[in-house]
Design a protein around this ligand. Sequence first.
Ligand SMILES: Cc1cc2nc3c(=O)[nH]c(=O)nc-3n(C[C@H](O)[C@H](O)[C@H](O)COP(=O)(O)OP(=O)(O)OC[C@H]3O[C@@H](n4cnc5c(N)ncnc54)[C@H](O)[C@@H]3O)c2cc1C
Length: 465
Amino acid sequence: MADESQKRIDELKRRIRHVNLYTEYYYRIAYGYDATGIKGLCAGVAFPESQEDIVSIVLNAASLGIPLVPRGAGTGFSGGSVPADGSLVVSTEKMRRVLSFDRRIGEVEVESGIVNGELQNYLRPSGFFYPPDPASYKVSTIGGNIAENAGGPRAYKYGVTRRYVRSLKWITSDGEYLESGPGGPAAFLIGSEGTLGIIYSARLALFPIPKTRKTFLLGSSGDGNAIDIASNLLHSGFSPSVLEFIDSKTMRCVAEHMDILSIIEDRGNSSYLFLEVEGTEIETTDQQRHLNDFCERHGFLLTTAEGEEEREILWELRRSISPSLAKKGITKVNEDIALPLGKLAEAVVRIHELARDKNLDCYIFGHCGDGNLHVNIMTDRRKKLEMKRSGEFVRDLFSYVIAAGGTLSGEHGIGITKRPFLNLAFSPEELRLQEGIKNVMDPGAKLNPGKYFDKIVSAGRGWTS
Ligand SMILES: Cc1cc2nc3c(=O)[nH]c(=O)nc-3n(C[C@H](O)[C@H](O)[C@H](O)COP(=O)(O)OP(=O)(O)OC[C@H]3O[C@@H](n4cnc5c(N)ncnc54)[C@H](O)[C@@H]3O)c2cc1C
C-alpha cells in the first residue's frame, strides 16, 4: 500500500475506533474481487453495524480524501464492488437484521446486508415471499440486489427489484442520512451500483406464497428454437411464472455437472425451456394439462417434476448453470444483454455465429421471458490471442445488440466491464445528463470511483478499453 493511503487509513481508524476496520493484507485481498474475478487492492475494510456507523465512516473518510466502495456479498458480475486501489471497502455483512414486518400489508423492512435467501427463510412461515430472487439468492444481499436492480427467474411474472422497493434509508456522500420512497430521490439509488449513496435499509413489498407450484423442462430441437416455442406456447394460453431459456451446450454442461444426463436424453442440439406455473391446485393442474397436450401435439420432450424433491432438482439444475460452466474454462467472459422479445430467437443463432467466427466456446441461457440473455465465453486469460478474440467478440456482440434495439445489461449492471461500451448505447448528451446526476448526488466523486460514471464526459465518446 502506498505510504500516503496507509497514513490516511490509519488516521481514519484512530478517528472511528468504535467501527470495526481492518487493514491486514488478507482482508484487503479477500474483499478485493467479485464474481468477475477482476481484482483491486483496497486500503482497508470497514464493517459498520448501524446507520450511525456508516455516517461516521462517510464523514471521516471524506475529510481524509478516502474513496468508499459499498459491498454486499461480492457476487456481482460487472465488477461493481471491486475496490479502486487505496479505497475503503464498506461491507454491509454485519447489518442483516429484519427491522419490522407488517403482515397486514405484506411489507418488511430489512438492513441492506441481509442475504436474499435469509429473508426468504424468515418470511416462509408467515406465508409471504419476496419475489425478486436472483439465481445467486442464497448468497447475494438485498443491498446488492437493490444497487443492481436485480432480476431473476421470476421476473417474467413479477418484474425486477425496483417494483418492490417501497422506501430506502441511505447515507449520502456528504454523510447525510435520508429516507425516501421511489417517487423521491430513492429512485436514483435503485440500480446505482454503489455510486450515489450507501443504502442502510429498505422497506420491501411482499407477495403471498402461491398454494401450488409445478416445474417443467421442455426440450426442443435447434438452438434458437425453444424461444419460438415459448412464443407459441404463450399465444396458446399457457401462463407461466418462470420462463427461462437454456441452449443445447449449456444444458449438456449442467447435466454433466449434476450427473443427470438422463433427464435430457440424447436429443442432439436441443435447446430447453425451464418453466414453472403457480396458483391453486386446480389452476396449476389445468396449466399442466395444457402444456402436456401442447408438447404431445408437437413432439417436444417434457420433463415434469413430480413432488418437491424433483422440483428442487430442476431448480438446482437452473441455479447450477453458472458454477457448471466453470469446468469449461478458467476464465468466463460473461455478458448479460437484453433484447426486444421478438428478436431473441434470431439473436441466439446470430450470437453463436459471431462466436464461431472467432473460434470461441459460447454458451447462452437466461431469463427469456423478460428478454434477458446471458452470453458466456469460456476461455483462459493466459491465452493472449483467445482473449483478444473474446474482446473483439464482445464489441461485435454489443454492436449487434444495440443495433437490434437492445441494451448492454439486463440485470448485471455496468460496473467496470461494460463501461467501455456506454458510448454505443448512449449519446454524448445522455451521458452528460447521467454525469449531472452523479455530480449532484456525489459532488466529490467519493463513492465507488472507476464505476459507471467515471470519466464519462472527460473521455468524450466513452472509454475504449
Ligand atoms: C451464480 C450467480 C448467479 C447470478 N444470478 C443473477 C440473477 O439471476 N439475477 C441478477 O440480477 N443477478 C444475478 N447475479 C449477479 C449478482 O448476484 C447480483 O448483481 C446481486 O444483486 C449482487 O449482490 P451482492 O450482495 O453480491 O452485491 P455486490 O456484488 O457486493 O455489489 C454489487 C453492487 O452493489 C453495490 N452495493 C452493494 N451493497 C450496497 C449498499 N448497501 N448500498 C449501495 N450500494 C451497494 C456495490 O458497490 C456494487 O456496485 C448472479 C451472480 C452469480 C455469481
